[in-house]
Write a protein that binds this ligand. Structure first.
Ligand SMILES: Cc1cc2nc3c(=O)[nH]c(=O)nc-3n(C[C@H](O)[C@H](O)[C@H](O)COP(=O)(O)OP(=O)(O)OC[C@H]3O[C@@H](n4cnc5c(N)ncnc54)[C@H](O)[C@@H]3O)c2cc1C
Length: 823
């Protein structure tokens, strides 16, 4: 080489090195500045929304706005002008989210509480619905009158009590509706209407026990009774003798006013039956009402002892109660009906909480139900504090009557944890107890936690379809909503139902939403693999962890599907076939890459050869492909040809190059042959699948349809419901995201005839799902194999809550939904 050329080369080399150093310096500086700047940026969160919760503290629900009206006009105006969901709340002692739904306008009725008319002569009172029993008692006591029917405690509002059709410990009465003369209601269009057994009776029998689904109860006129003196008597007897004893001594007794019998856990074999009978004797407690604002610290301690101490329950049965019930006690009826729920309130409900559940059983089925209840409570180790037996006469005609005939009520007061697992366990035994009540012709109370399946709900409340028909008529846009009705109210008319059920290809197996998850696990694993190969050799890819996670997903989702859905044999076989194929591939690769691959990687100084880069491109292309099509349709042959035609045979890292060429030839060749085989088998077994999903939505706005390209409106089913078609797989997820983002008033009613759907997302490992949109929701989580600082979480979601959930996730900067699994 001439000397002048050498000099030029030296100068160019120096210039390049200086430029590279400068570039590296600039890059380093930019990096430091970026990190510093990044750390200084405070994370942004959406403005917190008001949260409505009930006394159990288990159901915090973020609503859009809370109003506290004091006049009827304010309620009428709010209902008339508000287009979105509206929920109504009284004293908030229902325990399953019956008072709110996400994003609703919540009408807090507690300040709407005036007493409007009181007629001692007619023994009646008219009150605004936010008034409490206590307020009524304070007003009527001086006239020697008492509330005719109410609950044990006096803190509840009249509107809330009417809406659950409450009952008390009274003898000779039953559901609250038996004491109601008339109501006023604000309907969804803002109309203020009267309802009674003779005036618009359908509204009367729908709104009482209707959990705020028909309209806002604004006023009620109620029967009153004489405020007599009552003497307490109690008898402790074996539970097997109770029914007969009750029928002989209490049921027909003229003087019995209150009665209840407490069953003692953990034996559940004895009861303490307490009766308050009208008497002319002088009172032993002179107070007309229990003094308000008492301190109930001693009660709180006692409940803690009963629930937490090893012999707490025995102590109560043999020491506390005998002392409490010793001696003669005569009180006023109003005194005995003015208990304050504060006596039950624990110091904290953060980690554990006290909750109620209630089951109604025909009187003649008492002895059949008790052993079943005892068995479930013991087997499930429920921390029962008390089971109180009450009696009620038949309901005169409420659409959602819990007393279809004369019944005994079993009110279970128990302590539970607030964790997801604890709630799920409560769900299990609650459903078992509901089944036990249904088997003997009974029912359960809707005011407590919402655990019943659709089938259980419909069996317990067989006139629910009539109630729903009424709701559709008076609330066509489903304005009045809460967690109870979000769960059970389908809103579809029988005509629409029939039309959907006879639409070809509409209904798909719900269990499949869970079963498709393992398949998608492989898709996401392929994405991870492709991302990993981008700048690394495949040697250290976590092969074993990936295999384990596939089977973990299979086991978890298979168990969910098997619990609530018929066994899907073809799909299960398919999951085994792909699971074994996937595991074998990873196992072979894992061994090979950690031996031969590791050696050739070492010869190349852990740098990528041309073939490594080619393999990374193919992996990325394959990853994209299997998001849309089945893996066996991937064209491996052209990739094999490209390996030989597009990648030179000679080059740097020669040993690595040749080894990779040989290995990839084998990999693509085997996969091409295997794919052809699977494709043939699959087509023979299943034929071609319908590539379209159909779903029903409310609140669809046609003028926004162009901004939802992945969903096609097929038909207006009625004034509220629209039938849509979407593609499947990834495009289905796009459709869901678009609807959530663009059609902000839309809610899905059902997808392919189904009420539940599965979704997954990715979040930092320490992230915890805390929204109340769906609760409890996270089924399980798995750390990402190539990035254990992050995890994939899985959720079971009622389809009605899917839009709300996707909107909530859109506001959550740390967690992203990556897939919604169609059926
Ligand atoms: C400790 C405890 C003891 C209980 N004891 C008994 C008992 O002895 N007997 C019994 O039957 N029940 C009992 N319950 C259940 C209780 O009766 C119900 O939860 C009742 O709804 C409580 O009234 P509330 O004012 O708190 O209603 P909330 O819980 O505020 O509301 C209940 C339902 O009524 C609707 N609602 C409220 N106000 C209106 C309105 N003005 N118009 C339309 N809808 C409305 C709400 O939307 C909701 O669906 C008890 C509950 C607790 C926690």
């Amino acid at each position: 080489m001439p000397p002048s050329l050498k000099v030029v080369r030296r100068h160019v080399g120096r210039a390049v090195r200086i430029a590279a150093k400068l570039l590296a310096g600039v890059l380093a500086l930019t990096f430091v500045a970026s990190v510093w700047g990044y750390c200084r940026v405070a994370p942004e969160y959406p403005a917190p929304r008001p949260v409505v919760n009930d006394v159990s503290a288990l159901n915090p629900i973020a609503v859009a706005q809370v109003i506290e009206p004091v006049t009827t006009d304010e309620i009428v105006a709010a209902v008339r002008t508000h287009a979105g969901p509206i929920s109504v709340g009284g004293a908030r002692h229902s325990m399953g989210g019956q008072i709110a739904t996400e994003g609703a306008l919540h009408i807090d009725m507690r300040r709407f509480n005036r007493i409007l008319a009181f007629s001692p002569a007619q023994k009646s009172i008219t009150v605004q619905a936010g008034a409490t029993w206590r307020q009524i008692q304070e007003r009527i006591d001086s006239a020697d009158l008492a509330v005719k029917i109410m609950q044990t405690y006096a803190n509840f509002t009249v509107g809330g009590s009417l809406s659950v059709n409450a009952h008390g410990r009274y003898i000779g009465t039953g559901p609250l509706i038996l004491s109601v003369r008339s109501l006023k209601l604000v309907l969804a269009d803002g109309a203020l209407v009267d309802a009674s057994p003779t005036v618009r009776p359908e509204l009367f029998y729908g709104a009482i026990g209707g959990y705020g689904g028909v309209g806002v109860i604004t006023e009620a006129t109620l029967d009153l009774a004489a405020n007599v003196r009552v003497a307490r008597e109690h008898v402790n007897l074996p539970i097997r003798e109770y029914r007969r004893w009750f029928l002989d001594h209490v049921r027909g007794s003229q003087g019995a006013i209150f009665h209840n019998a407490d069953i003692y856990p953990p034996g559940y074999s004895r009861v303490n039956a307490v009766t308050y009978t009208e008497t002319a004797d002088s009172v032993t407690i002179p107070d007309r009402l229990i003094p308000a604002n008492q301190s109930y610290r001693a009660n709180r301690r006692m409940f803690r002892v009963i629930s937490d101490w090893p012999f707490g329950k025995t102590l109560r049965e043999w020491v506390v109660d005998p002392a409490l019930f010793a001696g003669k006690q005569v009180t006023w009826r109003n005194y005995e009906a003015s208990y304050d729920v504060a006596e039950l309130e624990p110091d904290s409900r953060a980690r554990t909480t006290y909750v109620l559940a209630e089951y109604f059983v025909p009187v003649e089925q008492f002895d059949a139900f008790v052993p079943r209840m005892r068995d479930i409570l013991r087997r499930r180790r429920v921390n029962v504090i008390n089971v109180s037996i009450r009696h009620a006469k038949a309901d005169p005609g409420s659409l959602l009557a819990w007393a279809k005939g004369e019944v005994f009520a079993f009110v279970i007061y128990y302590k539970q944890g607030t964790s997801r697992g604890a709630r799920a366990r409560v769900g299990v035994w609650s459903r078992e107890l509901i089944d036990a009540a249904l088997e003997v012709g009974g029912s359960y109370y809707l005011t407590y936690q919402v655990h019943a399946t659709d089938a259980q709900f419909l069996r317990a409340y067989p006139r629910a379809p009539e109630f729903f028909a009424l709701k559709r008529r008076v609330d066509p846009t489903n304005k009045f909503r809460n967690k109870l009705w979000d769960r059970y109210y389908e809103g579809l008319s029988p005509d629409v139902r029939l039309r959907l059920d006879t639409t070809a290809g509409y209904r798909r197996d719900e269990g499949q939403t869970f079963l498709t998850h393992p398949e998608w696990y492989i898709v996401y694993s392929s994405d991870e693999y492709a991302a990993y190969l981008k700048d690394r050799l495949p040697t250290d890819f976590p092969y074993v962890v990936s295999i384990g996670q596939y089977w973990h997903s299979y086991r978890e989702t298979g168990a969910i599907a098997a619990r609530d859905h018929p066994f899907n044999l073809p799909y299960t076989i398919m999951l085994w076939v792909i699971g074994i194929s996937y595991s074998a591939e990873l196992a072979i690769k894992g061994v090979y890459e950690n031996t031969v691959g590791r050696f050739t990687g070492w010869t190349a100084g852990h740098a990528q050869s041309d073939e490594d880069r080619y393999a990374a491109d193919v992996a990325a292309d394959y990853g994209r492909f299997i998001h849309i099509r089945p893996w066996y349709e991937y064209r491996f042959w052209p990739k094999l040809r490209g390996l030989w035609s597009d990648v030179p045979f000679f080059g740097s890292h020669q040993i690595r190059k040749w080894e990779r060429k040989a290995f990839l030839t084998l990999e693509y060749g085997v996969k091409a042959l295997y794919a052809t085989l699977i494709q043939t088998v699959t087509h023979t077994a299943y034929g071609s699948q319908d590539e379209r999903m159909q779903l029903v939505v409310t609140g669809w706005v046609d003028s926004l349809a162009a901004r939802v390209p992945h969903a096609t409106p097929l038909a207006r089913l009625d004034s509220v419901h629209t039938l849509l078609a979407t593609p499947r797989y990834d495009a289905f997820v796009d459709a869901m995201r678009e609807i959530a983002a663009v059609q902000t008033a839309a809610a899905i009613v059902e997808i392919a005839g189904n009420r539940e759907i599965f979704l997954t997302g990715v979040a930092p490992r320490e992230w915890e799902y805390s929204s109340s949109v769906v609760e409890p929701a996270v089924a399980y989580t798995l750390p990402l194999p190539t990035d254990p600082a992050r995890k994939r979480f899985t959720m079971r979601v009622p389809v009605r809550r899917l839009m709300a959930l996707l909107r909530a996730f859109a506001r959550e900067p740390r967690a992203q939904v990556d897939h919604v699994y169609d059926y």
